[in-house]
Design a binder for this molecule. Structure first.
Ligand code: DGL
Length: 266
C-alpha cells in the first residue's frame, strides 16, 4: 500500500507548480502527473465539458492504483471535484480551490481578496463560495485572466509583454482599494510570480494554492496512514499531446521536474 503513487492532473504544464509543491512537502512520495495538453485550455470551456474531462482524467489515473488524487487545476476543481468524489468514493481527492481559499482567508488583514482565475473558475463562483464559507467579513473580487494561461504555456513568464497583460487585468484592483491579497486561482499563474511582483509591487500577499494543497495532502496521507516510507520519490510525466513540447516547456518553467514524458490517450 505505501508504494502506491499520488495521481496529479492539469490541463497542461501549470499543474507542475502543484507537483513541485508536493515534491517539496512530500519528497518520499511517487507522483504520476497527467497534462491534458490535447484539450487545453480548460478555462474557456463549459462546466459540463470540464467535468467530463476531469472524470476521464480521474478514471485514467485511477487505473494506476493511485492512493490519492490531486486535481492540480482550479478550473477542473471548480467544475469537477464533486463528480470525481462521487465516482471514486474510496479515493481521497483534493482540489486546489478549497486549499487556496483556506490560504487566502488566513492571509488577508483588510478582508479584501482579489481572485485571478480562468473564466470557467470565475463563472463557477468556486472561490467566493469557498471563501465566504470560511469568513463572512471579507470582500471578494474575481477577475478572469485568460491570457495568463497562454503566457505561461508559451513560456513568456517575464518581460514587457507579461507586464502589460498583468497590468491590463489587475492594476486597477490594487490601485486605491484596500485589497491586500491576490489568489493565484489558476495553477498556471504561479509561473508568472516574478512578473506579478514587478507589476503589482509588494502590496498584495499571494495566496498559493499549490503549497496549500501540498499541506492538505500531507495531512490526509498521515490521517489515512498512507504516507510512503523514507525514500526518494519518483515523478512520472504523462501528456495527451506532444510529449516533446511538454518536456521543453517543463524544462524551461519547472526545470527541477523535467524529464522523460510519455504520450498517452485517455
Ligand atoms: N491550470 C488550469 C487552472 O488551474 C487552467 C488552465 C486552462 O485554462 O486550461 O485553472
Amino acid at each position: 500500500m505505501p508504494l502506491r503513487s499520488i495521481g496529479v492532473f492539469d490541463s497542461g504544464v501549470g499543474g507542475l507548480t502543484v507537483a513541485a509543491a508536493l515534491r517539496r512537502r512530500l519528497p518520499s512520495e511517487h507522483l504520476i502527473y497527467l497534462g491534458d495538453l490535447a484539450r487545453l485550455p480548460y478555462g474557456t470551456k463549459s462546466a459540463a465539458t470540464v467535468e467530463r474531462y476531469a472524470l476521464q482524467a480521474g478514471k485514467f489515473l485511477a487505473g494506476f492504483d493511485i492512493k490519492m488524487l490531486v486535481v492540480a487545476c482550479n478550473t477542473a476543481s471548480a467544475h469537477g471535484l464533486a463528480a470525481l468524489r462521487a465516482a471514486h468514493p474510496d479515493l481521497p481527492i483534493l482540489g486546489v480551490v478549497e486549499a487556496g481559499a483556506e490560504a487566502a482567508a488566513r492571509l488577508t488583514k483588510t478582508g479584501g481578496i482579489v481572485v485571478a482565475a480562468t473564466e470557467g473558475t470565475c463563472a463557477a463562483e468556486a472561490f467566493p463560495k469557498s471563501l465566504y464559507a470560511r469568513r463572512s467579513d471579507i470582500r471578494v473580487l474575481q477577475i478572469p485572466c485568460p491570457l495568463f494561461v497562454a503566457l505561461a504555456e508559451e513560456g513568456i513568464t517575464e518581460g514587457p509583454l507579461a507586464d502589460t497583460v498583468i497590468r491590463h487585468y489587475l492594476a486597477a484592483a490594487f490601485g486605491d482599494h484596500d485589497n491586500d491579497t491576490l489568489v493565484l486561482g489558476c495553477t498556471h499563474f504561479p509561473l508568472l510570480t516574478n512578473a506579478l511582483r514587478t507589476a503589482l509591487g509588494t502590496k498584495p500577499a499571494f495566496a498559493d494554492c499549490a503549497a496549500a494543497v501540498a499541506d492538505q495532502a500531507a495531512e490526509v496521507l498521515s490521517v489515512h496512514r498512507l504516507a510512503a516510507p523514507d525514500r526518494s520519490g519518483m515523478l512520472r510525466l504523462l501528456a495527451t499531446d506532444s510529449a516533446a513540447r511538454f518536456r521543453t516547456l517543463a524544462e524551461r518553467l519547472v526545470p527541477d521536474l523535467a524529464g522523460e514524458v510519455e504520450r498517452v490517450d485517455l
